[in-house]
Design a binder for this molecule. Structure first.
Ligand SMILES: C[S@@+](CC[C@H](N)C(=O)[O-])C[C@H]1O[C@@H](n2cnc3c(N)ncnc32)[C@H](O)[C@@H]1O
Length: 324
């Protein structure tokens, strides 16, 4: 499993770019950008080099962690997947490309695309000195148009992007991303009910077009969760000193809530059950909420079933597990 924390190389370039900037100014911009996101707005407030850097310092560690966690879940189900090409849609500062490069040594061709010039410029500065990423192609333009013109790729990722796109265009973009997917399409969203709803809608649309779910679901059927319940996961990440300063935060870590779906052309050989919440470890049993091929189930593993109990003690929210 690859670490959810930013690779040292990326952290170092980000910190170096922060030198010479007023931290108060950067923190103010990061706060304004976060406020816009919380109020349902998008990346439109990121206009300058400083805005882009403030966004990357404040949000890139968390979106990176969510993408790594999603790809880790995918590779657990498909350990033989070795993509050579990546299409990173709505790439922003290049987050998903850094994450995929870290997980897949097989990746050679990286194509990123985004409509935001400030984020594109920053992404190219961040990748310039990277051994793996210095040759990336980064297209500037509207996602729908750029995807239509892009070459197909083994792995296509849309990370925290479909929430910035209107309903009609989002459905068209989903189709276009799937059309350019040779093997796997990964879509990651904030772990809110609205993020989950967008994932579920894209999932249903693309299953109808022939896709199979590799993760998190162990089936291609409708999601068995009933509102107000929603499927989401949580990834803990460490906060660097710059990250803490920028967010005005004290804690040395944060938990990023995210929702995701990894869709493949061919069905995965095995699809284990998924742990949907942190299991409860009691004196007599472990109780865990699982998504299984047959629907949602509460697995109860009694302490007296020693071997099963020892296994279930290691279950964590988001894990793929074999049920006893
Ligand atoms: C929240 S950022 C996510 C960036 C990156 N994928 C990540 O996970 O950190 C959303 C990105 O989507 C881009 N975006 C939004 N709508 C777009 C569109 N219609 N065409 C191209 N890019 C778009 C924004 O410019 C921004 O870079």
């Amino acid at each position: 499993m690859v670490s959810p924390d930013l690779p040292a190389e990326l952290r170092a370039v980000l910190n170096a770019r922060l030198e010479g900037l007023s931290r108060n100014d950067a923190a103010g911009r990061a706060a304004a950008i976060s406020r816009t996101y919380r109020e349902g707005g998008g990346s439109g407030t990121i206009r300058t080099e400083t805005d882009a850097l403030a966004y990357a310092l404040a949000r890139m560690p968390a979106t990176y962690a969510a993408v790594v966690a999603s790809i880790n879940a995918l590779t657990e189900v498909r350990p033989d997947f070795a993509p050579t090409s990546l299409l990173d849609v709505g790439a922003g500062p290049g987050t998903a490309s850094w994450a995929a490069a870290e997980v897949f040594p097989s990746l050679q061709d990286f194509t990123l695309l985004d409509a935001n010039d400030a984020l594109r410029t920053l992404a190219l500065e961040l990748t310039r000195r990277s051994h793996r990423l210095r040759g990336v192609a980064y297209e500037l333009g509207q996602a729908r148009t750029c995807v239509a013109h892009a070459d197909a790729a083994d792995l296509v990722i849309g990370s925290y992007v479909i929430n910035e796109i209107g309903d009609t265009e989002r459905a068209e973009l989903a189709d276009a991303m799937w059309e350019k997917t040779r093997d796997t399409l990964l879509v990651v969203e904030p772990g809110t009910p609205a993020g989950y709803a967008r994932i579920i809608s894209l999932r249903a649309r693309l299953i109808a077009a022939g896709a199979h779910v590799a993760a998190p679901c162990p089936h291609d059927g409708p999601c068995p969760l009933v509102a107000p319940d929603w499927c989401h996961f949580s990834q803990r990440l460490q906060r660097s000193r710059a990250h803490k300063q920028l967010k005005g935060a004290e804690l040395p870590f944060e938990d990023e809530r995210f929702a995701y779906v990894a869709l493949t052309r061919a069905p995965a050989a095995t699809r284990p059950a998924r742990v949907l919440a942190q299991p409860m470890v009691g004196k007599v049993e472990i109780s865990a909420k699982l998504c299984t091929a047959e629907g949602v189930a509460i697995a109860k593993v009694p302490r007296r079933a020693k071997a099963d109990y020892a296994l279930a003690r290691r279950w964590r929210w988001g894990d793929a597990v074999d049920t006893p």
